[in-house]
Every structure is written in C-alpha cells, then in structure tokens.
Design a protein around this ligand. Structure first.
Ligand code: DX5
Ligand code: ZN
Length: 217
C-alpha cells in the first residue's frame, strides 16, 4: 500500500473548517481529533461538528477519540459520518466489543496507544482491528516534538502484524513532519497524521504531496 497522509484539522482554522478541508484536496483521510478535557487536558469538538464536516467534504473522516468512556461514544462517531474511528486502549473497558460495533456499523475500527502503553498485551486483539495508532507525542496538543523513543514500538508492532499475516494499517500521530516521516516509514508505519506540518504551511495540499513522496521513497 502507498503511504497515506491524513492532515489533522487540529492545526486548521476552526472558524473555517469546510474551507480548510478543501485546502487539503488529495489527502487520503481527514484526521479529526476529538478531546473531552478528561482523557487529555484539552477540549475540541464532538458529534455535531463531525456530522457537519462529513457533509462539507468528500474526504473520508478519520476520527481520533481522545475521550473517556470510549465504548459508549465510538459507535456514535460512525453514525456521525466517520469512515474510521480510533478509540484509545486506555479509555476502552471492552475494546473487542467496541471494535466489533464500529465494524458492524460500517466503519474501520482502530485502537490507539499512548506513548507509555505497550503493544504486547494487545497482540491477540489485532485481528479485531483495521488499524493501530501509535502516538508519537503525549496526546492533547498539536505542534509537539516527535518522540524518537517510539520508533522501536512501531517496529515491534509492524513485526506482530506481519507475524499474524494481517492487512491492518499502522498509523503514527504526533510530530510527523518532513524531518521525521522517513524514520516512521522505515520503522513500518504506513498511515501518517500531520497537523502543523500541513496546516502550518502556505500550501497545505503541496505539503501533503511532499510528505507522501517522502514516506513512499
Ligand atoms: C495530538 C493529536 C494530533 C495532532 C498532531 O494529540 O492527536 O493528531 O493534531 O499534530 P502535529 O502533527 O502538529 O504534531
Ligand atoms: Zn490525532
């Protein structure tokens, strides 16, 4: 699979979300960071904004839920129009049931791991997921520095995916930029979230193309 680039609207202008979605035409997915001020110390948006965004763009929505009570909320984001829903392992009491509900409602099911959460306890759950997200910053804010110490976890996760012969995608999120994306790709990631590295430039669509070509090399 060619590298996929998912611009994060956390770094976009929230007063012009529909326009900001159009500014990244050609992106594979639009990454939507949902934060509840409990799971992370920041508050962003919820179901009504996701519904509005899904009407405003043809780019499929990749919803990253940084919220507590993920089991209860995740299916509602599929109903709101998300094509992929990522819940955090640390916030899900019943990750298998939640992943099955997401799939049953017709979206891709994905689970995220904070930097201090190891992949190994979740090895047996991988077949239930369409994607695994490895956070390369502590979740909560855009514009943080990439954590190099996560590269071994990306590599180990890629090995587990291969060992089980799975088709699932491996996403990285946090500090992904022109200077870090190649290391992530080399470690085995194939889906790249980029906020400031896309929306912090004058030409977000060109930034997406540039990142994709760097990750594909
Ligand atoms: C952080 C969010 C990220 C954020 C990434 O908690 O999950 O998606 O938008 O922003 P950058 O790419 O600027 O690190
Ligand atoms: Zn995110």
């Amino acid at each position: 699979m060619a590298a996929q680039i998912n611009p994060s609207i956390l770094s976009a202008d929230f007063s012009r979300l529909a326009e900001e979605a159009r500014a990244v035409e050609g992106a594979d997915w639009l990454h939507v960071d949902v934060m509840d001020n409990h799971f992370v110390p920041n508050l962003t948006l919820g179901v009504p904004v996701v519904e509005a965004l899904s009407r405003a763009t043809d780019i499929p929505l990749d919803c990253h839920l940084m919220i507590e009570d993920a089991d209860r909320w995740a299916p509602q984001y599929v109903e709101a129009g998300a094509g992929s829903v990522t819940f955090h392992a640390e916030a899900a009491a019943a990750p298998v049931r939640t992943a099955r509900e997401i799939r049953a409602k017709g979206a891709r099911a994905s689970m995220a791991l904070k930097p201090a959460t190891p992949i190994e306890p979740y090895e047996d759950l991988l077949p239930e997921l369409d994607m695994l997200l490895i956070m390369t910053v502590e979740p909560g804010f855009g514009g943080q520095a990439f954590l190099d110490i996560m590269l071994p976890k990306i590599r180990r996760t890629r090995e587990l995916i291969s060992k089980h012969g799975l088709e699932m995608w491996l996403q990285v999120d946090g500090g992904v930029s022109a200077s870090t994306i190649e290391r992530c790709a080399e470690a085995g990631a194939d889906v790249f979230v980029a906020g400031s590295a896309v929306y912090g430039t004058d030409d977000p669509a060109a930034a997406v193309r540039m990142l994709r070509s760097q990750a594909t090399e």
